[in-house]
Design a protein around this ligand. Structure first.
Ligand SMILES: Cc1cc2nc3c(=O)[nH]c(=O)nc-3n(C[C@H](O)[C@H](O)[C@H](O)COP(=O)(O)OP(=O)(O)OC[C@H]3O[C@@H](n4cnc5c(N)ncnc54)[C@H](O)[C@@H]3O)c2cc1C
Length: 329
């Protein structure tokens, strides 16, 4: 008899798990509070190739494994997955020193960088091309997933009220209140600009006069400028964050000054004490998949596969071991 599963949280992680469980024959309902989760704000960089995102070797392995799953995941969902890689660039000597710490690859000269990305400022001193990174629009992914699973618009305050054989808690920052696990919100501010398509060919991760910014161009002319990272819980878009993001963005790509600002946004990354996700069983009935911090979009396919396997077969893949949810107890 296929298990009756409930997924609490219909963000990118919960929906991906529900979809894979449904494909494996489980009967699944997703309960979602209807708040915009971090997925709504996320830039959608799939940046497993950028060593700076690796906080541990085990997390690095998980990120790489998930990056490999993305082409098939996106194709099954019918969402585009552009992939000309990330150009990491630096303006000043200090920026270069900071950026180079992350560069395990060959450094590109200013001429080589501008040949790849002509819109970059002539002030760019050097760069590094991470060719295997891709990007995806998380809003399109969530929309496609919602068409494939049964979503009930309901906030869950007590897991005991959920009528199911197996309950998977994937409630982002809401996971702490439901489980007592240490998932905290890390505030991120981000801007969306709009202009003619084609200004940028790559995702740019840039260091500009001590500020770090990333620029994610979409095919329709949208450019995402992100993102701040602060231990705060408020939802304010602040003047200082907008100034810092735009100053760094326009220093790196001067033509961005002509684009229209279409959205200013705040999201909260669900983060843990070691900034690695919590993945696994809490008890015979309850599992958790939360705390994906800066990489929840990238980690959605591997999380979905590993958690679906655990629910359906009872087998825990060895990749899960370092992310045991009880590790902070
Ligand atoms: C500014 C910013 C930029 C980012 N950029 C990237 C990026 O480029 N690449 C990347 O990989 N990641 C990025 N992230 C991180 C990524 O957005 C998160 O890791 C990811 O969204 C986590 O997914 P989730 O489904 O666990 O949580 P969320 O996306 O936050 O979704 C949680 C869902 O649970 C629901 N919920 C909460 N509590 C309850 C409850 N009690 N009952 C029912 N439902 C509930 C909410 O309504 C929400 O729909 C970024 C995040 C931010 C803030």
């Amino acid at each position: 008899m296929s298990p009756r599963c409930a997924v609490v949280g219909g963000g990118i992680i919960g929906l991906s798990i529900a979809w894979r469980l449904t494909q494996r024959g489980a009967r699944v309902r997703v309960f979602d509070a209807g708040d915009h989760g971090a997925w709504y704000v996320a830039a959608g960089m799939l940046a497993a190739g950028n060593e700076s995102t690796w906080e541990s070797a085990a997390l690095g392995r998980l990120l790489s494994a998930s990056a490999k799953l993305w082409p098939d995941f996106a194709e099954e969902l019918g969402v585009p997955l552009p992939g000309d890689g990330t150009l990491v660039v630096a303006l000043t000597a200090d920026d270069l020193a900071q950026a180079e710490r992350d560069w395990a690859r060959r450094r590109l000269t200013p001429t080589e960088v501008r040949r790849l990305e002509p819109a970059l400022s002539p002030r760019v001193r050097a760069g590094c091309h991470i060719t295997d990174d891709r990007q995806v629009d998380p809003r399109k992914v969530v929309e496609a997933l919602r068409e494939r699973v049964d979503v009930v618009p309901q906030r869950i305050d007590d897991l005991a009220t959920v009528d199911a054989d197996q309950v998977i808690v994937a409630a982002g920052t809401g996971t702490a209140a439901l489980t007592g696990l240490p998932v905290r919100p890390v505030k991120g501010e981000l801007l969306r600009l709009r202009g003619e398509p084609g200004l940028l060919r790559h995702v740019i991760s840039g260091y500009a006069d001590g500020r770090h910014v990333y620029l994610v161009p979409r095919a329709d002319g949208e450019v995402i400028v992100g993102a701040t990272q602060e231990e705060r819980t408020d939802h304010a878009v602040t003047a200082g964050a907008v100034l810092d993001l735009l100053r760094a963005a326009i220093d790196l790509v001067p033509a961005l000054a002509d684009l229209e600002i279409t959205e200013t946004q705040v999201g909260h990354r669900p983060s843990t004490p070691d900034n690695a996700p919590l993945l696994g069983r809490l008890d015979d009935r309850t599992l958790v998949a939360a705390g994906h911090h800066r990489n929840g979009v990238l980690l959605a396919p591997i999380t979905a596969d590993l958690i679906a396997e655990l629910v359906v077969t009872g087998e825990a893949d060895p990749l899960l071991a370092p992310f045991e949810p009880g590790r902070f107890a």
